[in-house]
Design a protein around this ligand. Sequence first.
Ligand SMILES: Nc1nc2c(ncn2[C@@H]2O[C@H](COP(=O)(O)OP(=O)(O)O)[C@@H](O)[C@H]2O)c(=O)[nH]1
Ligand SMILES: [Mg+2]
Length: 327
Amino acid sequence: MKDKKPFALWRTALAASAKRFASPPDESLEELEERLLLADLGPSLAADLVAAVAADKKQKTAKETPRLLLLAAALLERLHPATAALPPPRQAPQGTPLALLLIGANGSGKTTTTAKLAQAYQAQGASVLIVACDTFRAAASGQLEAWARRLGVGFRAAPEAADPAALAFVGMESAVREGYEVVLFDSAGRLDNEAPLMDELAKIKRAIVKAANQAPASQHLEEKDFLTTLLVLDATLGAAAVAQATRFSQAIGVSGLVVTKLDGTALGGAVVRAVAATGLPIVAVGLGESAEDLHPFAAGAFVAALLGLEGELLRRFQEQLSLYEQA
Ligand SMILES: Nc1nc2c(ncn2[C@@H]2O[C@H](COP(=O)(O)OP(=O)(O)O)[C@@H](O)[C@H]2O)c(=O)[nH]1
Ligand SMILES: [Mg+2]
């Protein structure tokens, strides 16, 4: 999916496919809005999308296209800039590993996602170090150490209540020294005192950048050169996840989102809302609790599921999607 223009072509193609399929009765705008509200998109985004469909339907080429398909196209268009791949490991000659910092509220899935990322990068053949910067609870580092042992990746931790930024510094230093290609930093997400949390995360970032610049081979590295900050969001939280996305991304520079627990009862609307609220791409989604359950975000499949497309409409949507993805 490259630029925006193909969406116009896609709508034309949708119209052309109408002749080959018998469509069920068209839905009204009110019914569409109802669907979006049930999927937890929230009133303002729902109204926005319905207005887009109403405008599209007035186009001559879209007269025969069911509104539900126009809605699917509009949703996909919103999510289209929102897909990004995980950054590739940095290669050894550069002397600095790719660093990923995971941030987010308690229970959102940071520690589990850290393990999943370790597994994903290891499967690509990269050497991985995990640094357990959630020193707030002793159990947090124990949980991560068990993952690291199971996956056979490097691991650094500090005693409970140790300064997480100091640990981040030491972790980055040893990642460089020992020639790791990827270093993952887990972090604490306690919410009882939020301002200190944001300060702590900013401090962790500065420590990582400082440590990277101590390496003899490094030439004034900036954060953007090697550090990716991922905000982990629990999709089952609905509107609360959207609020978290806004707060964290305003306080801390965030590069992308990881949306977890999409395998559960999540309605999915939070995903669209978090993207709309932050403008951030989704770099991966969590579809379960094991290390293999991290996947790229498939916007087409997501939209089909969110709208409950089935039968002829689903076939038309998929047909156009595959044409579109080849374009
Ligand atoms: N079903 C499901 N559960 C998840 C997923 N990601 C994390 N969890 C579970 O959510 C809970 C909290 O995860 P954890 O990684 O400890 O969150 P943290 O507090 O942000 O570090 C644990 O029980 C995880 O197994 C996911 O993608 N799907
Ligand atoms: Mg944790």
